[in-house]
Design a protein around this ligand. Structure first.
Ligand SMILES: [Zn+2]
Length: 151
């Protein structure tokens, strides 16, 4: 499969291989991946399923759907790590492909009380990352089903 010059497009194409971080799940218009750098344990990235550079190049109905996806990802992170404070960031300075960083913050972590950057890179290994993705994926399915249920 030919690779794309866009790293995050490649994550979408290669998600079943160690060449890409493990996929947690596919949502309405995005995919949720474990983030390779686990300096904040449990960190994920919510990546738009198609290549758009930023929120202004995403049609408004898709932007609303991505906000719904972001809300589900936030619920997931809160359920997985209830002790953490959730940081959400959409920057696009390094990767011009719409994505959100979903970062659980804890007391005593790097840059406590401030923005998460800069920080040292922490590689926990692909197998641990994949195991965490599988745990998160099961919980994501429960949350998505609960959100689809009538109130
Ligand atoms: Zn892309």
């Amino acid at each position: 499969m030919p690779s794309s010059p866009c790293t995050l497009c490649n994550w979408g194409r290669l998600h079943a291989s160690p060449e890409s971080p493990p996929l947690v799940g596919s949502l309405l218009v995005s995919r949720l991946f474990m983030y390779p750098d686990q300096s904040y344990y449990g960190r994920m990235a919510l990546v738009c399923s198609r290549h758009v550079e930023d929120v202004l190049t995403l049609p408004q109905p898709d932007y609303r759907a991505m906000c719904d996806d972001l809300h589900i990802a936030a619920q997931l992170m809160s359920a997985l790590f209830p002790e953490s404070r959730l940081n959400l960031a959409q920057l696009g300075n390094r990767e011009a492909h719409l994505h959100w960083h979903i970062i659980p913050r804890r007391s005593g972590d790097y840059n406590e009380g401030a923005a998460p950057w800069p920080h040292p890179v922490v590689d926990i290994g692909y197998e641990r990352l994949r195991a965490l993705a599988e745990q998160a994926s099961r919980l994501l399915e429960q949350i998505a089903n609960r959100n689809r249920s009538p109130l």
